[in-house]
Design a protein around this ligand. Structure first.
Ligand SMILES: [Zn+2]
Ligand SMILES: [Zn+2]
Length: 126
C-alpha cells in the first residue's frame, strides 16, 4: 500500500493533475487524487458522453438516490443534483465532516500502521 502511494507521489503526471485543483461540483470542495471519480451527467447507457469529476463519496450518493432514468431526464446537471432535498442533506453532512473524511482517506495507511503497531505491541502490556 505504501509502495503504491510512493509511486503515485513520484509520478509526475498524477502530481501535475492534482495541482489543477479539481473542485467537486456537488459539494464545492477540493478533490484529492485518491477521491476522484468520473461521473457521466447523462448515464452512458442513455448516450451520455461528458463526464464530471466528483468525490467518490458524492458519486456513490448520486447513484444511491437516483435511477439512471432520473439522472438522464431530470438530474443531468450538477445544479439540478444539488437542488434535490435529499442531496442537500448529504451535502450538508459532507461539509460538516469533510475534514475527518479527507483526513481518513489521505492518512488511512498511517491509521492502519498505528493499529497494527499497537496490536503487535500488546504482548508486554497484557
Ligand atoms: Zn464532493
Ligand atoms: Zn456516475
Amino acid at each position: 500500500m505504501i509502495g503504491k502511494i510512493k509511486k503515485k507521489l513520484l509520478e509526475p503526471k498524477s502530481f501535475a493533475f492534482q495541482t489543477e485543483s479539481l473542485i467537486c461540483p456537488i459539494c464545492d470542495r477540493f478533490i484529492p487524487v485518491s477521491q476522484k471519480d468520473a461521473h457521466h451527467l447523462v448515464p452512458r447507457s442513455k448516450g451520455g458522453r461528458s463526464t464530471e469529476f466528483l468525490h467518490k463519496i458524492c458519486h456513490k450518493q448520486i447513484h444511491a438516490l437516483f435511477s439512471e432514468n432520473e439522472l438522464a431526464k431530470t438530474f443531468n446537471t450538477a445544479e439540478s443534483l444539488k437542488s434535490d432535498p435529499d442531496m442537500q442533506i448529504f451535502i450538508h453532512w459532507v461539509k460538516n465532516n469533510f475534514f475527518w473524511f479527507i483526513a481518513f482517506q489521505c492518512f488511512e495507511y498511517i491509521f492502519w500502521l498505528v493499529i497494527l503497531y499497537s496490536l503487535l505491541n500488546l504482548g508486554p502490556y497484557f
